[in-house]
Write a protein that binds this ligand. Sequence first.
Ligand SMILES: Nc1ncnc2c1ncn2[C@@H]1O[C@H](COP(=O)(O)OP(=O)(O)O)[C@@H](O)[C@H]1O
Ligand SMILES: [Mg+2]
Length: 276
Amino acid sequence: MNYFKATDDQRAQIEHYWAEYGQHLPPDADKTSAITFHRLMTVRNRLAKGLSPVKPPPCIEPATREMINISFGLKTLDNLDKSGMTPKQACEFDAVLDHVRKWIKTDKSLVLSSPQFGIGKTAIAQIIVDAFKLPISGGGEPQFVDGEPDFELWDHATMIKSRDLMALFQDANKDPFKLLRRMRLIVIDEVGDEGNLVYVAKDNQTKEMQSRYYALIDWAASEGKRIVITTNLTKRQLFEQHFSGKTVSRLIALVGVGNFINMPDLPDYRIKQAGL
Ligand SMILES: Nc1ncnc2c1ncn2[C@@H]1O[C@H](COP(=O)(O)OP(=O)(O)O)[C@@H](O)[C@H]1O
Ligand SMILES: [Mg+2]
């Protein structure tokens, strides 16, 4: 199923502009897809304005947000609880947090993987999302961003559960990326727990799920979005079974070396909280 079939008019435009701007798109871009049309137009508009063909991700200093979270008593990479961990676990957990601190300043994507539950994958992902919010001070005073006052707390990152992501594709007439377009970073939480896709035949479930992930990852790659995946699947399960080959190929390019994190063996925090 193609969610983004180009209209005849768009296809004619793709043919027309491909020779000039096609080089800035992936060589295997589908010339019958409306996404390709929009990408070509984006490249064309950006070059016409004297900009680089593909938008570089803007950079907001995550440390600022970290400071604010600390003052609000929210979770940060610095105040996660290690009290229930053995020294070895605490050390390994620290190494993960250190990696995330360095990673956040890059333009790469990230995978947090572990078959265990309640060990902080989603908590870390939420801290990452928080780091992408524009800073607003405790008193509600607007902060200045690039010299301009910003009067709203404007989210630049969001977290979506894999199930809800799948549901975005349910209505073929709606743009599944509408809500994600203004985000620079998107967390897909609990990959592997998509559940049953509604209105999809039983035999077609896996294929359809894989095609939805490909649409998202391909879009993210072309738009310069960063992806964070949390999953209970192992690298092998994720790359050899769950996603299709072309999704894996795109995802590996986005994630880069060292940003597939196998979480260490840690105690379930919910069990600790319950005092069990
Ligand atoms: N090291 C930690 N410090 C503080 N809270 C934690 C820690 N690890 C997990 N939690 C909290 O425990 C709950 C379960 O963790 P979560 O991140 O959802 O686990 P996972 O996604 O790995 O299954 C959440 O409320 C989370 O905020
Ligand atoms: Mg989780």
